[in-house]
Design a protein around this ligand. Sequence first.
Ligand SMILES: Nc1ncnc2c1ncn2[C@@H]1O[C@H](COP(=O)(O)OP(=O)(O)OP(=O)(O)O)[C@@H](O)[C@H]1O
Length: 323
Amino acid sequence: MVCGKKASVYVSYLGDYLCAEHFVEYFERRVYDTIVHFRLVEEGDRVAVAVSGGKDSLTTLYLLSKFAGRLGIKVFGVAVDEGIAGYREYKLEALRNLAAKLGVEIYVGSFKDYFGFTLDEAVKKLKEKGLVIKPCSVCGVFRRYVMNAVAREHDASKLATGHNLDDETQVFVMNALKSHIDGILREGIISDETSATLVPRIKPLYLIPEKEVLTYTLIMNIYTPFVECPYIVYAMRHPVRHWVNEVEDEDPGFKYRLLASKELARKKIKAPYKQPTYCRVCGEPSTNPICKTCLYRAYLDEKYKKLVEEKMGKINFKRYGLE
Ligand SMILES: Nc1ncnc2c1ncn2[C@@H]1O[C@H](COP(=O)(O)OP(=O)(O)OP(=O)(O)O)[C@@H](O)[C@H]1O
């Protein structure tokens, strides 16, 4: 594109620089085309956007609400308040401000309401028990549960998250390192779970590098406060993120090639059909007799543990690596 303005934004997919105006045009078209090409939504969908208040999910909310008319969909936001003091309240404020500007409804579900304790309280307990599981693992399981529950309560037909190219490549590498083939087969641009209780998940920023999302938010004044989750020190992802970025710097296009490898693997290795099975406690889909949400709740909350054990007998926490 030759427009005479200073081309200052590097676009990895094009391998070229664009001016700010043409970058915005390119970015929006790429996300729109991704949604259409992969049929992430269909006319009449009620799309819940899972918004954390971070740059990726705010951008997803912004763009889906911008495209809503053209796509014939309704859009609203779903936020999970994990109860992380000094962090979540600032992010929630940012997302409420953006939602008000866009005229989009936001529904918030908290760990306290759903489980009876905040993440801060849960982490205290985890530490007392020797941190056998990390806060991020527990938080991720609880967060996905609440996200899905709130979306379902508001009749969402799709749940959009802000996962970008970097998130996807990092998860792919982590799954590969752990030989977690099921994880690799499961993580696509649209979820193929067929359970009636799980709202199908879509990832409109799947093909967009994190740096480009950041650039877009800066140009468009989409504000997110610069606060970090205090539990980030426990995240396993840090070294993987670092390594993937280093290789990308030396060998541009590496992230796209990783994503392509994952897609190829997903195409070639068809997951064998498994009869859906459900948690005997809450009835949500689960490969084990007890789902991870109920297991972690029972691990952290004596009252819930009693309730679970009344239903299915003594829980063997050792079997699940928790003791
Ligand atoms: N507290 C939350 N409430 C609602 N959705 C969330 C929350 N945390 C994460 N998500 C969803 O999961 C996606 C990936 O989570 P991740 O932890 O990478 O988010 P983040 O780094 O806090 O923020 P973002 O991805 O928006 O920049 C987010 O983009 C968002 O769609």
